[in-house]
Write a protein that binds this ligand. Sequence first.
Ligand SMILES: Nc1ncnc2c1ncn2[C@@H]1O[C@H](COP(=O)(O)OP(=O)(O)OP(=O)(O)O)[C@@H](O)[C@H]1O
Ligand SMILES: [Mg+2]
Length: 336
Amino acid sequence: MLIKSISLTNFRNHTKYNLECNPTTTLILGENGCGKTSVLEAIYILTQGKSFRATDPDIIKRDAEFYRIELRYDNGEKIIATYNQKKKSFEVMDKKTSRLPSKQRYPIILFLPSDLNLISGSPSSRRKYFDRFFCILNPVYASALSKYEKALSQRNKLLKENFVNPTTIFPWNILLAKNGALISKVRREYISIINNSLTTTYRSIADNQDEVELNYQTELQENITENQYLSILEQNYEKDKIIGHTSFGVHKDDFEFIFNQKLADGSASRGETRSIILAIKFIEAAIIKFKLKKAPIILLDDVFSELDNERRAALINNFKNHQVIITSVEKFTTKD
Ligand SMILES: Nc1ncnc2c1ncn2[C@@H]1O[C@H](COP(=O)(O)OP(=O)(O)OP(=O)(O)O)[C@@H](O)[C@H]1O
Ligand SMILES: [Mg+2]
């Protein structure tokens, strides 16, 4: 499926904005702050159900009473999201819902400038990155992650209270164990799928013999059961109460990039790092296409200025059979 058009009302700095999209490449050109990333953000909300960078109170145009965004696909389907300071709602073919129904989701590959810092960034930025990908791939993972995050925040809040005891915290332990065990299993599985093609994809971009691997860095043993997870949380209760937060769980996981048997952060060069990120993006698109049987739409937010000609060409070539929407401050070329 292809996006035909997107229109925005009172969304970020846009009072009214409409974009007709090409089936192949659409370029959104404009100076800093003119609202380019916001257009991608609106597309992301209408395909994934929520923004990749903020919540609705930040998104609604300052002093406006509502925002409305509308996306039309080439098959005639139309999805509308509105937010009126209190409530967000989605409307698909005249049916209103508070969340975007999962069958209305359409896979997206989002490439942000900050993704280029993925390898040297914080563990939490890597978790967020891979979670975004795994959520698109697997609605069960998305639901488990959302439940896990809510339970974690509740448990951490309780741990800071004087009245807390093992009984009051028990329901949250159960939720963390159930969803945490599933999250860990899915992370392990997807990392292994990524690793099946990481080195070959990297070599197709960088044209050399380097090896790249993604390593799941976790305290959780393989195939941990819900009961094992639960008993660790229970054993940690006194310690967690003293430190005031949950010390064990998938919220501490990391995804490490290994480059020629060494941690890529600190050993891979800037160019090599960029090639690794491109490889990850290409693999994301391939896995999504294979698993979901849909060609993801590619949103490239201002990344061309960060890439050299060789990598720009690799990017364009790899995504030539996808709909690509690109934002940029300046016109660019893939030739010298
Ligand atoms: N809720 C809001 N209401 C009004 N304006 C907003 C709101 N949120 C953000 N803005 C402004 O909207 C503008 C557009 O932001 P956006 O990130 O889309 O710009 P951009 O074109 O991608 O810029 P850059 O090239 O710097 O990445 C910015 O000037 C930002 O300060
Ligand atoms: Mg931007």
